[in-house]
Write a protein that binds this ligand. Structure first.
Ligand code: SAM
Length: 299
């Protein structure tokens, strides 16, 4: 079998195509070597070594992370909500089987409780083997991993009990086609709301950006706004996500939360020591949109 034998790899190029998520365009990465292919109980998994972006994890044909640019996503989806909260002590991550978000949460010593809920153990195992820079966090004793569906986990959390609530919930899931479909529905945001402490914050990868399907972003923003008093759109730039950027929706239970302005910040020196992408300026800038997109999303 040749190193390039895979339905999504042609002449040594991996091609990401999705009529649902980004009709009429595609992204290609040059493949050096296929590292793993598998159909798990939940999804099709492909891990390959690319020529220029390091190892790449693909689920159901969609790129999840590449070693070269993953920090742009992991840092923003983690540090935006953490620095938007005055005193966060507990974080729940839904999805996130590559471990990158956990790695970022661990940079905040004051976070006492960290739980990750991943549906597919295979993703965690493969990340430990092929995405070592991300999966490193799984060794940390602070982290509790639950292998189950994130939606069911929230349903069963015992939403009345205070000790089961979180200050921050990060939905680091795959896209709406597949096992993460429920994470884009209103019922999920109700479950999130009830699983948060007062002044709690949620952030979710929006699967889209303003250049792709802005109408889906607007629907998602409205859906979240039917549950949370305040929701804002932010984005991060990631070359291996189609059209180079990915939207993030951040919402708070506190109607006075600013979200686009950090509540706390570190010195520039400390920021440079800890982060490759995030800093207090980019926190604010990531909410600023060009006029057409701003007007459309705020309408
Ligand atoms: N950064 C990525 C992105 O935006 O494309 C997300 C990466 S992370 C690998 C996504 C994870 O969500 C996958 O490991 C997948 O197995 C997990 N996932 C999908 N549906 C899930 C569910 N219902 N419950 C828990 N985890 C889920």
């Amino acid at each position: 079998m040749s190193d390039f034998t895979h339905p999504l790899i042609n002449n040594g190029w991996f091609k990401e195509v999705s009529d649902e998520l980004f009709p009429g365009q595609a992204l290609e990465l040059k493949v050096k070597k296929i590292l793993h292919t598998e159909k798990s109980e939940f999804q099709d998994i492909l891990v390959f070594e690319s020529t220029d972006y390091g190892n790449v994890l693909v689920l159901d044909g969609i790129i999840q992370v590449s070693e070269r640019d993953e920090f742009a996503y992991q840092e923003m989806i983690t540090h935006l909500p953490i620095f938007s909260h005055k005193d966060p002590k507990s974080v729940l991550v839904i999805g996130g089987g590559d471990g990158g978000v956990l790695r970022e949460v661990l940079k905040h010593d004051y976070i006492e409780k960290i739980v990750l809920v991943e549906i597919d153990e295979t993703v965690i195992q493969l990340s430990k083997k092929y995405l070592k820079g991300m999966a490193i966090a799984f060794e940390n004793p602070k982290i509790e991993v639950k292998l189950c569906d994130g939606f069911k986990y929230l349903l069963e959390l015992g939403q009345e009990s205070i000790e089961n609530k979180f200050d921050i919930i990060i939905t680091d899931s795959s896209d709406p086609e597949g096992p993460a479909a429920a994470f884009f529905q209103q019922q999920y945001f109700k479950l999130l709301y009830n699983s948060l402490n007062s002044k709690g914050i949620v952030i979710t990868q929006a699967s889209e950006n303003v250049w792709l399907k802005i109408e889906l972003l607007k629907n998602l923003k409205n859906t979240i706004n039917q549950v949370f008093p305040i929701v804002k759109y932010s984005y991060t730039t990631v070359p291996t996500y189609t059209s180079g950027q990915l939207g993030l929706m951040i919402a708070s239970k506190d109607p006075n939360a600013k979200l686009n302005i950090p509540e706390r910040s570190l010195s520039e020196l400390k920021e440079e020591e800890l982060f490759k992408y995030y800093n207090k300026e980019i926190h604010k800038a990531s909410f600023i949109l060009p006029n057409w997109a701003k007007n459309y999303l705020d309408q």
